[in-house]
Structure formats: structure tokens, C-alpha cells
Design a protein around this ligand. Structure first.
Ligand code: AGP
Length: 610
């Protein structure tokens, strides 16, 4: 995934802008990093393995007096995390940083080796530096060498390039991977994402696919790959830098769990009619939804789990045929889509390659599309026909929490909106559904007060090596989500199952060493069935954590079992409530195990490669 940054301007700002920029992009990859500067027509490269702090220790030994530099924080795709494989990569006067995957790098590498270029890393990126250097050696200008090189390169990339013989500029280009540029007086910036630029300006330009930009200290030129100048709209970003701080919490994840009532409130704001019996989505023109008789939702990871909950809502409220697909599988399958299908792409970052590729595939086939993302102006926001934004605010912790609940909320509101539009529900039912969801913020606040209790409970469970999470109906995806959260941040193996599925195999795993977490809000439909599954597990010696609003359960628990009592709520909004205890459980277990909760190993917040 990686994060790239570039700066040209005032020498006394270069090092700080680059290093703090990388710090704010660290959620995109954190297994190694590097920076390079041009000083006295010499390229100075500083790289290190591991966290950015390691790079900072090295940087502190360097007095840097340069007005231009580029940097990179890495999530390894080609070549293991190491100092050699860390970016920038160089060839002669050229140095490059890259986010993405060069798909034809091995054939280009073979060609360049035949020409005598020596490769020192296992990365695909090093090819870019040698290829540009090769065109330079053929007497092409720096700009033309970059253009000609990217005519040959296939794959996804956001790249920044320096030439030590032309220290007055940075050239940058992108295809599929995000790249933003910005300008202030006497200085220009480029980065993979907003947090690296927002401390300096909120006016940014999103480069489009196959654009390249030439950044000088006082000018930015944008061109297409034929060298023709083009212009891109300057976008104003409404992001308060304070929102990306920990505000006294030990981890971003814990802060973001506690922010959920505010995130739900902000996402609800302006969405409910004064008469409280309809949902307002000015972004959507109803004509767009005419004739839609099927919804296909594509997403990955936590967003996939939120989408699975959305399926229950779309079916039971809007009475529409709804399917949820893993985006990474969807594009390469032969999905049957037609003009009556609506494709919904759900993504916190709006940049996930698997999901944006599934969206592009559907668009190619003339299918209407709706994006649900948490990042305005993200790729999916810009490419979907219509977009609904969750208002969770910046989510920094790699393990998604508040974005999940706001995605579930928007899918709920969209189901009511569609249900009213298709007359599958009355205003009376809509009023009740809206009343239920408005109560969610208060109920969430109550559940947040369980933080301390779940912290204590976790002390009894953090030593287990495996966990099973069970739920039925809308709680089944919450079980999947609970298991994912625990896996992601504590590295403990965990599986989520539909509780009814246990007797068809997984129940063989049950013994006293396998804790089972039940997500069992007391509802009319599933609770009784779940009690049956509870007894099946108890009969085989399983140890249980029971999350429910039915206090009666206490009588059925053994001394080693534990309960987490949550407030009563309607079945369809229960995921907004039941998800918080499983987030806390994962958080406190990981905290006891001392793992890197905000930046778990092997993960990154934004997955921009397929
Ligand atoms: C969730 O905690 C993970 N970070 C991951 O599964 C994530 O949900 C997935 O990569 C999808 O990301 P997106 O919502 O930004 O598309």
C-alpha cells in the first residue's frame, strides 16, 4: 500500500514536512521507510527497516540543507521489509518512491539487465529508476524520459521522481494509486493522502489516472501522457487537523470506539425529515433508482461485514433482492448484471483497489453504481455514479470501528429510503424504523460505559489461543466482525460463524480451551434459536462470553462463563450496539498481549493493490 510524500520549497522546512508527512501516512504501511534530498547536486538517501522512529534516529544524525526531497513509508509487496528494499530507489541521478505494483517489472528488469543495469533490491520499484535513467542516457530530457518510461510500465502506481541534475523540480505521476498535490507561496507538496498536506493548506488537486505533474517551488504544471498541459480542479478539504490526534486516548482505535455515538449522530444529521417519517438523500435523484430490482454490494474486510448486515436490511425493509460479494472475487467472476441492478461499493477509505476495481468492472458493463465511503473525493467517491458519505471523521486505527457502524447506519437509512420509494413500507413503519435508529446514539453511550467491565473480563481470556464468535441474523456478520477484530490486533486465531452452522462441523472444535462469544441481542426471531446453540456448546464443555440484553441468561451460565449485558433495542439496529463489546474485547485482549494495536503487523489501513 505504502505512502509517498514530496516537497519542494523552503530549505528549512524540507526535512520536517517530509518526516511529519510520512508520520501521518504511516497507517498506509510501516515495515520500512526512507527519504532522499538533493543537496549540492548530490542525492542523499536515508533509509531504515521497521517503524519510522528508526528512520528518525538516522535523520537526526544528518544536517539537511535542501529545498527538495521525496519520501516513502512501506507495506512490502515485492521483496521483504529491509533497508535495501526500502524506498527511495535510485539509478544514476534518478531516485523514485512508489505506491502500487508494477505488473511487468520482471520483463523490464530482464531488458535492463541485458543493457548492463545492476539491480540491488528485490523490489518492482527499482525498475522505474533504471528505466528513466536509461531514457536519460539516450539523450531524452528528464520530462520525456519519465513520459517514455511510463508508456512502458504496466500496473498501479503513484510515483515521485527526483533528478539530481535538475534539483529545481519533482516529477510525479499516477495510475490507480491516489496522488494529491498542493501549492503554497514558494512551496509545493505531493502526497498519497490528505493528512500529510492538511497542516499546510486545505486546497488540493487530485491527479487523475495517467496525469503527470512537474512541481517547482512556485509552480505546478499538470500534463497528460502525451505532454499536453491540462488543468485539474482545486478542491477545498474540510478536515480539522485535531481530528487526527489521539485526544488523550492510548490508541486511535480506543478513541475511535468511543467516538461512535458522535459518528452516528453526524452521519444521521440532515438525513431525517422533520416529520420523522422519511429519509433525505439529496445526493440521489429518484430517477436513478427507477426500475432497480436488485442490489449487489461489493466490499472487503470490515466493510464486507457491514454490507452483509445491509443485505438483511435491504431485504426486510426495501423488500429488494440483495447480494453481497467479496470485491476481490467479484471482478474476475462472470457476475450476471443488468440495467435493473444497482451496484453498491462500500469502503471506508474509498481507495481499496479490490472494491474500486469491482466498481469499475460494473461501470464498464453499464450498471448503475452507488458508493458508500468515509473519505470525500476518494477514488470510489469520484467514480461511482452517486455517493453517500459516512461522517465517521478520519479513521486512523488500522482496525476499523466507527466506520463500520456508520456504514451499517447508511445502509439502514438507504433501505428505508428505497423502501419508501418502492412503497414496500408505509410512512408508519418508516417512522418506527427512524425512531429506532435515532435511539442508537444514546444506547451506544450506555454500552461505552462497559469499557472498564470488559477490560476486567479480558484478563480472564487473553491467554486463549483460539476463539469462536457466533450469531444469527444480523448478529452473524457481527460475529464475523468480532473475530476479524481479534485476529487483526491480537494475532489470536478466531472464527465467526452463523450459530446454526456449528452443528454441521465446527462444533467439533469445542472444548474447554475454546472460548465462544455469543452475540445474542434479545429479539423475537433469533434469540430462542440461539439458546439452543448455547446449550449445544455448553453440553460439550465450551466456555462462553454471552453478549445479550436478556438478563435471564445469567441463570443459565456456569461459573466460568461471562455475560455482557447491553441495552434492549430493535433487531435491525442491534449491530450498532452489539459491535461495541466485541471491539472492546479485541482491544483489551490485544492491549494485555502488548501488540501494536493501531498498526498491527502485516496490515495497512488502505489496501491500494489487488
Ligand atoms: C478492517 O479493520 C481492516 N482494516 C480491513 O479489513 C478493511 O476493512 C478492508 O481493507 C476494507 O477497507 P475499506 O473499507 O477502506 O475499503
Amino acid at each position: 500500500m505504502c505512502g509517498i510524500i514530496g516537497y519542494i520549497g523552503l530549505p528549512d522546512r524540507t526535512k520536517n514536512v517530509l518526516y511529519s508527512g510520512l508520520k501521518s501516512l504511516e497507517y498506509r504501511g510501516y515495515d520500512s521507510s526512507g527519504l532522499c534530498f538533493i543537496e549540492d547536486n548530490e542525492t542523499r538517501v536515508v533509509k531504515s527497516e521497521g517503524k519510522l522512529e528508526n528512520l528518525n534516529k538516522k535523520l537526526n544524525k544528518h544536517k539537511i540543507n535542501s529545498s527538495v526531497g521525496i519520501g516513502h513509508t512501506r507495506w512490502a509487496t515485492h521483496g521483504k521489509p529491509s533497508e535495501i528494499n526500502a524506498h527511495p530507489h535510485t539509478s544514476g541521478p534518478i531516485s523514485v518512491v512508489h505506491n502500487g505494483i508494477i505488473e511487468n517489472y520482471s520483463e523490464l528488469k530482464d531488458e535492463l539487465i541485458k543493457k548492463g543495469y545492476e539491480f540491488y533490491s528485490d523490489t518492482d520499484t527499482e525498475v522505474i529508476a533504471h528505466l528513466i535513467h536509461d531514457f536519460l542516457n539516450s539523450e531524452f530530457s528528464f520530462e520525456d524520459s519519465v513520459r517514455l518510461a511510463f508508456e512502458r510500465i504496466e500496473g498501479s502506481y503513484a510515483v515521485a521522481i527526483l533528478n539530481q541534475n535538475e534539483p529545481d523540480k519533482i516529477i510525479a505521476t499516477r495510475r490507480f494509486s491516489p496522488l494529491i498535490i498542493a501549492q503554497n507561496e514558494n512551496e509545493c507538496f505531493l502526497a498519497s493522502d490528505i493528512p500529510a498536506i492538511i497542516p499546510y493548506t486545505n486546497k488540493v488537486i487530485y491527479l487523475e489516472d495517467n496525469d503527470y505533474a512537474i512541481l517547482n517551488a512556485d509552480e505546478v504544471l499538470i500534463k497528460d501522457m502525451d505532454g499536453n498541459e491540462t488543468t485539474r480542479e482545486v478542491k477545498i478539504i474540510n478536515l480539522d487537523p485535531v481530528m487526527v490526534e489521539k485526544s488523550g486516548f492510548r490508541h486511535f482505535m480506543l478513541k475511535e470506539i468511543h467516538e461512535q455515538p458522535r459518528a452516528v449522530f453526524d452521519t444521521l444529521r440532515g438525513r431525517i425529515s422533520e416529520s420523522m417519517d422519511s429519509v433525505i438523500f439529496e445526493e440521489l435523484d429518484l430517477g436513478f433508482l427507477e426500475n432497480i430490482n436488485r442490489v449487489v454490494v461489493v466490499a472487503c474486510g470490515t466493510s464486507f461485514h457491514a454490507s452483509l448486515i445491509g443485505k438483511y436490511m435491504l431485504e426486510s425493509i426495501a423488500k429488494i433482492n440483495a447480494q453481497v460479494e467479496l470485491a476481490s472475487e467479484f471482478k474476475y467472476r462472470e457476475p450476471v448484471l443488468d440495467s435493473k441492478t444497482l451496484l453498491i461499493a462500500v469502503s471506508q477509505s474509498g481507495e481499496t483497489a479490490d472494491t474500486s476495481e469491482a466498481l469499475s468492472e460494473a461501470k464498464l458493463r453499464g450498471v448503475k453504481s452507488l458508493g458508500i465511503t468515509n473519505v470525500e473525493l476518494s477514488k470510489i467517491s469520484r467514480e461511482a455514479d452517486y455517493v453517500l458519505h459516512t461522517k465517521a471523521g478520519p479513521e486512523i486505527g488500522v482496525a476499523s470501528t466507527k466506520a463500520f457502524t456508520t456504514q451499517v447506519l447508511v445502509l439502514y437509512l438507504f433501505s428505508v429510503f428505497l423502501g419508501l420509494h418502492k412503497k414496500s413500507i408505509s410512512k408508519k413503519i418508516a417512522r418506527q424504523l427512524i425512531k429506532d435508529v435515532i435511539s442508537a446514539t444514546k444506547l451506544q453511550q450506555t454500552v461505552l460505559n462497559l469499557d472498564g467491565e470488559i477490560k476486567e473480563l479480558s484478563k480472564e481470556f487473553y491467554h486463549y489461543k483460539n476463539f469462536i464468535y457466533l450469531g444469527r441474523g444480523v448478529s452473524y456478520p457481527v460475529a464475523l466482525e468480532g473475530a476479524l477484530k481479534l485476529k487483526e490486533i491480537s494475532y489470536i486465531h478466531a472464527e465467526g460463524y452463523a450459530a446454526g452452522e456449528m452443528k454441521h462441523g465446527p462444533i467439533a472444535l469445542i472444548d474447554e480451551s475454546m472460548p465462544v462469544v455469543f452475540i445474542a441481542p434479545d429479539d423475537e426471531v433469533y434469540y430462542k434459536k440461539l439458546l439452543g446453540n448455547f446449550k449445544e456448546i455448553k453440553a460439550r464443555g465450551g466456555r462462553i462470553i454471552f453478549i445479550t440484553s436478556n438478563e435471564e441468561i445469567v441463570k443459565m451460565l456456569d461459573k466460568d462463563d461471562r455475560k455482557i449485558i447491553i441495552p434492549k433495542c430493535s433487531n435491525l439496529i442491534s449491530p450498532l450496539i452489539t459491535t461495541i463489546p466485541v471491539q472492546f474485547l479485541a482491544y483489551h485482549i490485544a492491549n494485555l498481549l502488548g501488540t501494536d494495536i493501531d498498526q498491527p503487523r502485516n496490515l495497512a489501513k488502505v489496501v491500494t493493490v489487488e
